[in-house]
Ligand binder design. Structure first.
Ligand code: ADE
Length: 283
């Protein structure tokens, strides 16, 4: 898969894609990153890429012509159909589902804005989809492009090792991930939950599911109803998590980061009455 990133700061993208999982995927040829600098397509002596907004106001707006030429260069390098995404605070929220869907595409063009934004006619004429990485305004699209590249690359075959598939995928997709621990077994008086040392895979898996449900109820309660309606969680799964909560020692609660058990209990109880067959979808 190849990402064509249109940016005035190609070094930000090259640097951002040269470490960790993404850096390794680039080295292995599992993903490719090309950058195109719209400034190379500026037509005046000053190599201008922006101008003042019609109607007045702060900030400069990126000119459509250099961006259209840069898009053309990316598309001819793609040599076929490509998805075109403009990173923008006004866009559709980026999500896990979107990252999985994009991972099925071979050529993706990512347009990074800067300054006061991009002339909207360029977005419409080229058919860019607008995508936001969160409800805040960044000073440019590069960080958004790096977020998209990272999240999408993880879903490409061979980019992650076995570690990614070790936890029930559909569960992890909807609920928050369970916490992890490594050596030492006891640190600052905080002990690793004993079941994780047992070697009993079924028990470990149950513990992790319950911890994921409890932590989701604490930090992102709005995800619970989504998990219930998607069948990833059901009444017996919630009851199991509530029972696990009662069985936790103080030390385990602290090690897990469950700071407000009363709140977690209150948020889960309404879901515990739901009809249930199994406790949630199995992998
Ligand atoms: N550019 C500026 N703000 C952004 C955001 N929230 N997401 C993606 N691109 C952006």
């Amino acid at each position: 898969m190849r990402f064509h990133v249109l940016t005035l700061f190609p070094e930000m993208i090259r640097q951002g894609c040269s470490h960790g999982v993404v850096g390794q995927a680039v080295k292995d040829g599992k993903i490719r990153i090309e950058t195109v600098n719209p400034r190379d397509f500026a037509t005046d002596v000053h190599r201008s890429v922006d101008d003042r907004p019609f109607g007045g106001g702060d900030g400069m707006v990126l000119l459509p012509e250099p961006l259209a030429a840069a898009t053309g260069k990316a598309l001819s390098a793609a040599g076929g159909p490509a998805r075109k995404i403009y990173l923008s605070a006004r866009g559709r929220p980026f999500s896990d589902a979107m990252s999985r869907e994009l991972a099925t595409v071979d050529e993706v063009v990512l347009l990074c804005g800067r300054y006061g934004g991009v002339d909207q006619r360029l977005i419409e004429a080229e058919g860019y989809e607008e995508v936001s990485i969160g409800d805040y305004v960044l000073s440019g699209g590069e960080l958004g492009a790096l977020v998209v590249i990272d999240a999408v690359s993880r879903h490409r075959p061979g980019v992650l090792g076995n570690s990614a598939s070790s936890f029930d995928e559909s569960f992890a997709e909807v609920l928050l991930e369970h916490p992890q621990y490594t050596r030492p077994r006891e640190w600052l008086g905080l002990e690793v939950p004993v079941v994780l040392l047992s070697g009993n895979h079924a028990k470990v898996r149950d513990w992790r599911r319950n911890a994921a449900v409890l932590l989701t109820a604490q930090a992102r309660p709005e995800l619970l109803s989504d998990a219930m309606s998607r069948g990833v969680l059901n009444g017996s799964g919630v009851r199991a998590a509530l029972e696990a909560l009662e069985a936790l020692s103080d030390g385990e609660r602290r090690a897990i980061g469950l700071r407000d058990p009363g709140l977690v209990r209150a948020r889960l109880r309404p879901f515990s009455q739901a009809l249930s067959g199994s406790r949630g979808s199995e992998p």
